[in-house]
Write a protein that binds this ligand. Sequence first.
Ligand SMILES: [Zn+2]
Length: 440
Amino acid sequence: MHRNRIITMSATIILGLGSLLAVPSAYAESLQEMKDKKSTIQEKRTDVQSDIHKTESKIKHLESQQLTVEEQLDQLEKDMTANENKIIEKTAEINKTNAEIESLKAEIVVLKDRIAKRNELLKERAVSYQVSGGNLNYLEVLLGASSFSEFIDRVSAVATIVEADQDIIKQHEQDKKSLEEAQSAVEKKKSDLEKMLAELQEIKQQLQVQKKKQEVLLAELHKQKEHAEHDMVGLEEEAVNLKAQETAIAQAIQLEQKRLAEAEAARKKAAEAAAAAAAAKAKQASSSGSSSTSSSSSNEVVSAPAVSSGTFTRPSAGYVSSGFGGRWGKSHNGIDIAASGTVPVIATADGVVIRAYKSSSYGNVVMVSHSINGQTFTSVYAHLNSMSVSAGQVVSKGQQVGYMGNTGHSYGQHLHFELHKGAWNAAKSNAVNPLNYVSM
Ligand SMILES: [Zn+2]
């Protein structure tokens, strides 16, 4: 009896697999295709990983270049400050020297004026000697002496006066000469300072050119780094996507392999059963064992519903006691299926168990993720009495996930069944009416 049921379920799985099973080689081919696709994705991932490493080392290299340029810029900045200080210092010295030159010039002017006046005076005196006939005036002075001793005094006085005049002129000439020398020395100093200043200005310009160059280089390095970092973000995103694809394909392969094994087992069993039936018929033993299934509709154990040929199959036996939508002032995000007795609950489609746990509201609940023609669906089986699967497990359409129960926030035995187009979320925003997908 129990075996019969398995045979029935396996047979319906074969039916469910449809035309693919009719051509086993095509089936194997699709498995091979998936394996090929998986290894292509793995290769691509390896490429992306190596690109990530390359980009990382490129970024590191660019960063160290940036650091070098920044250090060079710092040094240039210091050089420029030092140079600027020197320029200020030299300019101040030049200004001071200019002031010195100006004051020397003024002194020279005053001295020249004094010399000119003195010369004029001496010339006048000389003219008066000549007009009165040489040293006559001096002679008169000398002859006017009343005594010899006075005469001697007068002689030396005249000599002293002449000598003094000449000394003054000499001294004046000397002062003028040294002032002129001082002036030319200061002018020489000024021209040296101006030369130095010109050199400093030249250095300043060179430093500015260097700084500009380094700044351009730094900007270019920044740009390159930005590009590399942008590439990095893209590569990392790609790596994550590829990993997700690889995982999905690995699960699909697992699923296909399981299907293949089950199909093969079912085929063998069916062949054995057919052979046994044929043998029995041949013996003409007139057995009455042709009615196969559901002799067990007693009030205890209920059979799982037959697996439908559609994408989704009904999750349990029973009647729909509550539909999808508003109920008691709040929305009902699934349907309730009620039945008494021991009622198996089955997966509505092929998929992977996301969660199998006990929640305060859902009670014992199983959530299964399905990928149907590229669209993700999530089915939820709540208030279960017990669960027979665990998270991460691959389940096929019709495979039992537990028994109907009354756990969690439930009043009376029923299955609360939800279907989400997309992922399950707490807001249940992806919930769809299961009755639009599953025939009950
Ligand atoms: Zn419900």
